[in-house]
Design a protein around this ligand. Structure first.
Ligand SMILES: [Zn+2]
Ligand SMILES: [Zn+2]
Length: 152
């Protein structure tokens, strides 16, 4: 298993991608946590954005950490498992569910801001007709699979 050698807060000189959610997580000049691991005789660095960092303890306890290491796959499984059980009303979501949903939005470009709304009279059409402000400028058009919630 990977062994953590050091973990430090550093200031970025160039932009870095988060190794967990694959978003451009760190911009030049920002502080971030750089973890250095040794695995199989190789040294590698793990860069994580602040939001993924905040998920780490949830993911660890969800996986009942057994020493295999926690990577992108575990984050994904945890986020789908936890996020899918959440209610669409943020007021009823636990901190863990909120963290999972924000991970899915970051990493998988999931739509969490509204429920998927089908085309009236066309139940087989998977296009979302939600308009955030009621005009075509904010027409969603997204796939039902990309939405965390659906009205049907
Ligand atoms: Zn991230
Ligand atoms: Zn939509």
């Amino acid at each position: 298993m990977p062994e953590l050698v050091s973990e430090k807060i550093v200031r970025a000189r160039k932009a870095h991608q988060c190794r967990t959610c694959n978003q451009m997580a760190v911009m030049p000049g920002q502080e971030y946590t750089r973890s250095t691991y040794v695995f199989d005789g190789r040294i590698y660095d793990w860069v994580m954005c602040a939001d993924c960092r905040a998920c780490a303890s949830f993911v660890f306890s969800w996986c009942s950490y057994d020493g295999d290491g926690i990577g992108e796959d575990q984050y994904d499984e945890w986020a789908y498992d936890t996020g899918w059980e959440a209610d669409s009303d943020p007021a009823t979501q636990s901190d863990e569910q909120k963290a999972a949903i924000s991970y899915l939005v970051r990493s998988r470009k999931m739509v969490a801001g509204h429920a998927w709304v089908g085309v009236a009279g066309h139940p087989d059409d998977l296009e979302c007709t939600h308009r955030e402000d009621g005009t075509d400028a904010t027409y969603c058009g997204g796939d039902e699979r990309d939405h965390l919630w659906s009205t049907r």
